[in-house]
Design a protein around this ligand. Structure first.
Ligand code: PEP
Ligand code: MG
Length: 589
């Protein structure tokens, strides 16, 4: 039986998106979708045991029928697969665990079954034996069948809890996160993930509190447990006491007051104390973020990630030119008279749904992604360029190419852009003939030849998320090497500096649209290095604006000179953080 007074338990993870959520937990795991979960009164538990027995019985009957049919068709091998499935349902130890879980959790039978099987499967997935790992697919299949065999009155497919909750998952992909129902999911915590994964970036952008790196969470945490998710410090607090709840309610109020104070600066210019203007724009990946951009007072959009529009898993085909024109025009109009920088498709890496475009790759981050895909697939690239051009008739639009590694990619991309312009001209379709083009600097080779690239583009936007991973050979989404992912590594700082200098020499501006731009500890360093634009998640705009307004460009430059001479990441971080704390300590509270 569950203990009468559960003990408050704190699980520590890595904070990736600030905010606090207080709600019951919903656990979703890999392999098959979760059934509804509800509490069952002790007096009704016998009925749940019976429902479970009945479901197993029905599933076994179905499997025997399938097995028989296959045997008649003389597919020996397939029929044996189903024999193995039946054996799973005859595993007495597993069946006992489910009965035990029904009593222990006092939850409905299908959820008890789901929880037991998930734990079992997760444990199996973590055994480094390929044969066992492969068998998990069979077991998932059996589980689906049993769950569908319950006499449930509820449709199971796509069931999501009706109430507001904190979501616990093994991992979430960027599109799961992008399509989360914000009115129900108050925050999430995952076992996998990292600060710079696209899932974390989207969470920050949408303002969803999130924590990653919670070991064994899917196995250990029981659905419906009341909890606090602290996205500031990375804690998940199960069964919080009344005192802890009060503390968190106070923290929430304090943060809210700080937020209101920052919002009052919404229309203030982002200019340093000594008069250097820094363009402060927003990163978005979804049209739904436009209101947040407007509320933040950002000067336009410095990075529109088009992957979510183009590679949305829920659509069978990629949106064509007309649909893209509508989306881009809507953004251009929304931010007018400010600029929107549309980044052409950056499929691949961890934004995986490159899947509809390609076979899985052994090393996706070094594979077919970014501009490489677009140049190989003019049938995808051209409609996107034409759509961006057409949108440029409705507002101020610029184009930016991702993952540029050398000059020829930029030349080729611009040649295709020119072709699109000629076509539109012939078709009498209006567009901005002076549309600006930029290169993302996110591969060390691009930073090293920035002097060459600067002659071909109108601006640089440094993608530090990738620049760090490629410079340091540290996977940006792999928690095992997260410690080595150091934005202030001297090599990264020198590459940023080099890019800015090369751009300035050719009279073009350089911005930063990677996550470094939104880290207020680093604002002094980036300003000191000479960056002219910072593009950050809409929710980060107010604090970065305050940081810029608190700093002196001259002082930042002196500090950045020292940082460029430093040899350790930690020393560079200390230099910039000290200056940040000296000028806006309140933003760190
Ligand atoms: C980057 O790499 O810093 C960047 C902004 O692009 P993305 O995070 O989408 O790869
Ligand atoms: Mg990138």
């Amino acid at each position: 039986m569950p203990s009468a007074t559960p003990v408050e338990t704190i699980i520590q993870g890595i904070p990736v998106s600030p905010g606090i959520a207080i709600a019951p937990i919903h656990v979703t795991a890999r392999g098959f979708s979760a059934p509804e979960v509800y509490e069952v009164a002790e007096a009704n538990l016998a009925n749940e045991h019976q429902r479970f027995e009945d479901a197993i019985h029905r599933a076994k009957e179905e499997l025997s029928e399938i097995q028989q049919r296959l045997a008649e068709l003389s597919s020996e091998e397939e029929s044996r697969i189903f024999e193995a499935h039946i054996m799973v349902l005859e595993d007495q130890a597993l069946l006992k665990r489910v009965h035990h879980a029904i009593d222990e959790r006092q939850q409905n039978a299908e959820y008890a079954f789901y929880a037991v099987m998930q734990n079992f499967l997760e444990a199996m997935r973590r055994i480094p034996d390929p044969y066992l790992r492969e068998r998990t697919a069979d077991i998932e299949d059996v589980c689906e069948r049993v769950l569908n065999s319950f006499d449930s009155v509820h449709a199971r497919k796509n069931i999501r809890p009706d109430d507001r909750h904190i979501l616990i998952a093994y991992d979430l992909n960027p599109s799961d996160t992008a399509t989360m129902d914000r009115s129900l999911v108050l925050g999430f915590a995952t076992e996998m993930g990292s600060v710079n994964s696209h899932t974390a970036i989207i969470a920050r952008s949408l303002g969803i509190p999130a924590v990653v790196g919670l070991e064994e969470a899917v196995i250990d945490i029981t659905a419906l447990t009341h909890a606090i998710l602290d996205g500031y410090t990375g804690k998940l607090i199960l069964h919080p006491t009344e005192a802890t709840l009060n503390t968190y309610r106070m923290i929430e109020q304090k943060k809210m007051r700080a937020r209101t104070a920052l919002d009052s600066l919404r229309d203030a210019e982002s200019v340093t104390r000594d008069g250097r203007a820094i363009t402060l724009s927003a990163n978005i990946g979804l049209l739904e973020e436009l209101p947040a951009v407007k509320n933040s007072g950002a000067t336009g959009i410095g990075l529109y990630r088009t992957e979510f529009l183009l590679l949305n898993e829920e659509q069978d085909t990629m949106p064509g030119e007309t649909e893209q024109t509508e989306a881009y025009s809507q953004i251009a109009k929304a931010v007018s008279p400010n600029l929107v920088i549309i980044r052409t498709l950056d499929a691949g890496g961890d934004k995986l749904p490159a899947e509809p475009l390609s076979e899985p790759e052994p090393n996706p981050f070094l594979g077919w992604r970014g501009i490489r895909v677009s140049l190989d697939r003019p049938e995808i690239f051209k409609p996107q360029l034409r759509a961006a051009l057409r949108a440029s008739a409705h507002g101020k639009v610029a184009l930016m190419f991702p993952l540029v590694s050398g000059l020829s990619e930029v030349i080729q991309a611009k040649k295709i852009l020119r072709e699109c312009m000629d076509e539109l001209d012939r078709e009498n379709i209006p567009f901005d003939a002076n549309i600006q083009t930029g290169a993302m600097i996110e591969i060390p080779s691009a930073a090293i030849i920035a002097d060459v690239l600067a002659k071909e583009v109108d601006f640089f936007s440094i993608g530090t998320n990738d620049l760090i991973q490629y410079t340091l050979a540290v996977d940006r989404v792999n928690p095992y090497v997260a410690e080595l992912y150091r934005p202030t590594h001297p090599a990264v700082i020198r590459l940023i500096h080099r890019t800015i200098q090369a751009g300035a020499k050719e009279g073009i501006w350089t911005g930063i649209c990677g996550e470094m731009a939104g880290d207020i500890s680093l604002t002094p360093l980036l300003i000191g290095l000479g960056v002219e634009e910072l593009s950050v998640g809409p929710h980060q705009v107010p604090s970065v604006r305050k940081a810029i307004r608190s700093l002196s460009h001259a002082q930042c430059s002196v500090m950045a000179d020292d940082a460029l001479k430093a040899t350790y990441s930690a020393d560079i971080l200390r230099l910039t953080k000290d200056m940040a704390k000296q000028h806006y300590a309140d933003l760190f509270e």
